[in-house]
Every structure is written in structure tokens, then in C-alpha cells.
Design a protein. Structure first.
Length: 198
């Protein structure tokens, strides 16, 4: 019985390791606003609207509020209420592409009045400054260590949102880095525990 459990754990850990290699996911490093912007610029991504979590407490609180999935996209309507992806048997960020294609029907999707954009943006630095008013606000999360996942998700969503804007959809989007920031002064014990490199 013990051998069977060890075999299963080995298979899962091997799959995770293989997935990391295939997708180019790296160990996280301490970053700064400058290094995050430099990463985006290397990938030809506009850095006009880039935010980070303001400190470790904000990061932890955002995690408890389920805002720490990377890469992901969080949608809010013109009233500042969160709008979930269409309810189907699968609830994952892979549905975002089809969701964006259907943004013209955004106002018909149900909103969650308990999840407010102002609560989410309170976690961010610098202080959030919205662009001009829009019917839809999208926050795209990413990390510098996510490898190809950023290209397959976050960067693809940016391209799709730009296309939607060109087609007359009233939408603004903002980038949110989920990287561990150097100015958070994370204790060394936690850095070791979480596998964060200097």
C-alpha cells in the first residue's frame, strides 16, 4: 500500500516538474517595478498601466480573496461589480478567450455585488488611477516567472482586448504583477520556505 502511494506522489511530482520545464516556469525571484516593466518591454507589452501588490499583507489578503491566480483575468462592470465567466461544467481561465469574444453581451452576465473593483484595487501600487470610463474593466494578472503561460494566456488576452477595443467594445484593461517585490522586505525564512531567489 505504501509503495502505491509513493508511486502516485512520484508521478504527480514528475508531471508538475515536466509541466514546469515544458512551459518554462521558473522559480520566483525578488522583483521591482523596474524589473517587472523591463520584462514586459522585452515581450513587447505596453507598460503604461502596470500595477503590483503594494506589500506582503496586501498580497496575502488578495490571496484570501481569491485574486492570486496567475495568469488570470478579473472582469468588473461599469458599476464596479465583479462579473464571473460563463457558468459551465468547467470553471477555469481557459474560458477567457471565448468570454472576450462575447464582450458585446457583457451587460447580460450576472455580477457579484459582494466583489468590488475598489476592494481589489486597494491592494495595488501605485494607487489605482482608472482610465476614462468604460463599461468593462479587466485586470490581467501575470508573473515574470510564469514562462510560456504568460504568452498563452495574459499576453493573448491583451491582444484580444485590443481587438475588442478596435471593434468598438467599451473596455479598459490593466496589468497586475503577482511577483514578490523586493521592497516588501520578506523575511529570509519565508523566502526560503517559498523558494524565492534574490
Amino acid at each position: 500500500m505504501k509503495y502505491w502511494i509513493v508511486s502516485i506522489l512520484f508521478i504527480f511530482s514528475s508531471c508538475a516538474t515536466m509541466a514546469k520545464k515544458i512551459k518554462g516556469v521558473k522559480s520566483p525571484r525578488l522583483e521591482s517595478a523596474h524589473s517587472v516593466n523591463a520584462y514586459l518591454q522585452r515581450n513587447a507589452i505596453d507598460t503604461t498601466e502596470v500595477y503590483v501588490f503594494k506589500d506582503l499583507m496586501a498580497f496575502a489578503t488578495a490571496s484570501q480573496a481569491k485574486y492570486l491566480s496567475f495568469p488570470n483575468a478579473y472582469f468588473f462592470n461599469a458599476d464596479g461589480f465583479a462579473v464571473d465567466y460563463p457558468r459551465t461544467t468547467e470553471h477555469c481561465n481557459a474560458q477567457v478567450n471565448s468570454f472576450i469574444a462575447d464582450l458585446r453581451n457583457f451587460s447580460s452576465w450576472p455580477s457579484d455585488k459582494n466583489r468590488l473593483m475598489k476592494d481589489f484595487t486597494a491592494f495595488l501600487a501605485p494607487d489605482f488611477q482608472p482610465k476614462q470610463a468604460a463599461n468593462i474593466s479587466v485586470f490581467i494578472t501575470f508573473t515574470t516567472y510564469a514562462g510560456k503561460l504568460n504568452h498563452e494566456k495574459a499576453f493573448e488576452w491583451i491582444a484580444l482586448l485590443e481587438t475588442a477595443k478596435q471593434n468598438g467594445v467599451s473596455v479598459n484593461y490593466y496589468l497586475v504583477s503577482g511577483d514578490f517585490m523586493r521592497n516588501w522586505n520578506i523575511p529570509e525564512s519565508l523566502r526560503k520556505k517559498w523558494g524565492i531567489k534574490n
